[in-house]
Write a protein that binds this ligand. Structure first.
Ligand SMILES: [Zn+2]
Length: 50
């Protein structure tokens, strides 16, 4: 899967199951886009929750 930051609205329907898994218990957030994810690799500027 590509970075959550890069996913567009039109792509959401086909990816939503994977996206839900990734954002359910997030450990990182993106400093740029304010998106959250379980793995840093899905964010363009990942930052640990402190
Ligand atoms: Zn981002």
């Amino acid at each position: 899967m590509k970075k959550l930051c890069k996913i567009k609205k039109v792509e959401f329907d086909s990816l939503h199951k994977k996206i839900y898994k990734e954002i359910k218990k997030p450990k990182f957030y993106c400093k740029k886009c304010l998106r959250v994810a379980k793995h840093a690799k899905y964010l363009c500027s990942a930052q640990n929750f402190k």
